[in-house]
Design a protein around this ligand. Structure first.
Ligand SMILES: NC(=O)c1ccc[n+]([C@@H]2O[C@H](COP(=O)([O-])OP(=O)(O)OC[C@H]3O[C@@H](n4cnc5c(N)ncnc54)[C@H](OP(=O)(O)O)[C@@H]3O)[C@@H](O)[C@H]2O)c1
Length: 304
């Protein structure tokens, strides 16, 4: 048997728990993976809340992004071997907060030795989203990128990518995150009432692109900082972004490989701010669900 962290009913965190299940067996095209680390994302609690529908069979394994070691190679898989460290998004329904899970070979990649399992576990969802959010509309060096929610998992990596591209990144976050946002090279602007005016103080002509990682009223307040509303991209709230004339952030297949190379060469640090054990997965999810995480939260699972 093998442990997996699940929720047993849609709603709050009270039905989350660690249960035993048979070790998942890979189907054709899949890899069985012994999990070494799993990144925690807002989508984990959002699925549990039922906001994306209630079709998921229960109990529902939690967690989407993983790094681990291949234990079994499914039929028809080329290019991966037992014992190889990999990273990737998990096969839906199997969960990343687990001792063992499944990853589709077509969506997996070899984990570079330079990148720890803990950092690698932040790549398939968070780092890849930061990559896509900074490449969907490409800016020229010196242009201004406003990141709303700059101190979180995606935001800190997006700010660092902005630096790689020689953009003028402006990071909006709560005052406690000033130092960490500035460490990326971004200009820090405190969130809250009047944020738009504060951004204008550092960027009098407004900005060239808004990458929204918060949504709702926070997005509405800064939307006027771009002359052209199509230059609003939202990972957090596509509905509000579209209403304002912007677009949803579109995920691409190549992002994971591209950002892995950037992390491998130490140009972007996933900024893991806290690690938890699988037994404490509920605390890890809660640290993201409170809405004010700094960088990435990761669950580590000891190797055999
Ligand atoms: N579409 C996709 O494929 C995709 C993929 C990944 C993530 N997402 C979404 O993108 C969003 C960000 O993800 P994440 O992993 O970076 O989340 P996260 O780690 O929880 O970070 C969110 C950040 O937003 C900040 N924040 C909250 N209210 C704010 C406000 N009014 N102004 C400025 N900052 C504020 C929070 O801290 P402070 O308030 O303390 O600054 C926190 O640091 C989430 O909605 C997530 O679901 C979408």
């Amino acid at each position: 048997m093998s442990k997996v962290y699940v929720f047993t009913a849609f709603g709050g965190p009270e039905t989350q728990r660690l249960i035993d299940r048979p070790v998942p067996e890979p189907g054709p095209g899949e890899l069985a993976v012994q999990v070494r680390a799993a990144g925690v994302n807002p989508v984990d609690w959002k699925i549990r809340s039922g906001r994306y529908g209630k079709q998921t069979p229960l109990p529902a394994p939690m967690g989407q992004e993983v790094a681990g070691v291949v234990t079994v190679v499914g039929d028809g898989v080329d290019g991966f071997a037992v014992g190889e460290p990999i990273l990737g998004p998990v096969v839906p329904g199997y969960g990343a907060f687990a001792e063992d899970t499944l990853v589709r070979a077509a969506e997996a990649m070899a984990k570079p030795a330079e990148i720890s399992f803990t950092d690698a576990a932040t790549i398939p969802v968070a780092a890849a989203t930061a990559y896509d959010g900074t490449h969907q509309i490409e800016l020229e060096p010196g242009q201004r990128l406003l990141i709303l929610g700059a101190g979180g998992g995606v935001g800190l990596m997006a700010a660092q990518i902005g630096k790689v591209h020689q953009l003028t990144a402006i990071g909006v976050a709560s005052p406690a995150k000033r130092e960490v946002v500035e460490s990326t090279g971004a200009t820090f602007v405190p969130s809250g009432d009047g944020v738009s005016d504060r951004v204008r103080q550092v960027a009098p002509g407004g900005v060239d692109l808004i990458l929204d990682l918060v949504g709702g009223d926070a997005l509405r307040e800064v939307a006027g900082l771009v002359d052209d509303p199509t230059r609003i991209i939202s990972a957090a709230d596509p509905g509000t972004a579209t209403e304002l004339g912007g677009t949803a952030l579109h995920r691409t297949a190549e992002a994971m490989e591209k950002i892995t190379a950037v992390i491998e060469y130490h140009l972007v640090d996933p900024h893991v701010s806290a690690v938890y054990s699988l037994q404490d997965a509920g605390e890890a999810i809660g640290a993201v669900e409170n809405g004010h995480a700094t960088g990435k939260i990761v669950i580590e699972v000891p190797g055999a």
